[in-house]
Ligand binder design. Structure first.
Ligand code: G3P
Length: 215
């Protein structure tokens, strides 16, 4: 069970990394564009600053498998943690198979069905990213998709890890881990909220007062 941060905000990663709970980072074009930063520099910076990180997903641009492979070249020498993020398309899976054969980690993104996840598993993806929140936005259960994929991979002995993405709240995270996700990638505010419970806060207030009453 692992937690990744779903962000392109380098300082925010730095602030949370010393928790000892973060095993990786996922990024996407929207997150990077919103930060107004250079994608390659960001991935280099994360890899150099946090060498123990297991996986740093960097999304590639293109339409054909060859274009994805060419675009990925700029990321590949940075670190073994760099994980090439590919779309759940026919060409994306061709590129996935190529990377799998040469030992480069991959994350197949924008997965919305068990059938798509089956293809990614056969293509040798390191991670499959079902988008929980976006499926919910379209009136299907995202966490049930996670459960279906996790069951399929377990039953078939597929090594691809379920990386639950597009998680919008703490409840999503709990359900995804319970249903078999190996990794949850979390927006910063969801990660921060995982620590929190009103009864923990109330209990601490009582204990603080009682520490002061001690003789
Ligand atoms: O990792 C994918 C994630 O960033 C998408 O999240 O909230 O845009 O659906 P969201």
């Amino acid at each position: 069970m692992q937690i990744f941060l779903d962000t392109a905000d380098f300082s925010a990663i730095e602030e949370r990394y010393d928790s000892g709970l973060i095993a990786g980072v996922t990024t996407n074009p929207t997150l990077v564009a919103n930060q107004g930063i250079n994608y390659l520099e960001l991935i280099k910076n994360i890899a150099e600053t946090f060498p123990e990180m297991e996986s740093i997903s960097a999304e590639v641009n293109g339409n054909t498998a060859w274009e994805f492979i060419e675009d990925a070249a700029k990321f590949r020498d940075i670190s073994e943690a760099v994980t090439i993020k590919l779309p759940m398309t026919k060409e994306g899976l061709k590129a996935c198979k190529y990377f799998s054969d040469v030992g480069v980690k991959t994350n197949v993104t924008l997965c919305f069905s068990v059938a798509q996840a089956a293809l990614a598993g056969i293509a040798g993806a390191t991670y499959i990213s079902p988008f929980v929140g976006r499926l919910n936005d379209n009136s299907f259960s995202g966490v049930e998709l996670v459960r279906g994929i996790a069951d399929l991979y377990c039953n078939q002995g597929i090594q691809t890890k379920v990386l639950a993405a597009s998680l919008r709240d703490v409840h999503h995270v709990s359900r995804c881990f319970l249903y078999g996700a190996k990794v949850c990638t979390l927006p910063l505010k969801v990660f921060d909220k995982m620590y929190d419970h009103v009864l923990t806060r109330e209990g601490l207030d009582i204990f603080d007062k009682d520490f002061k009453r001690m003789v």
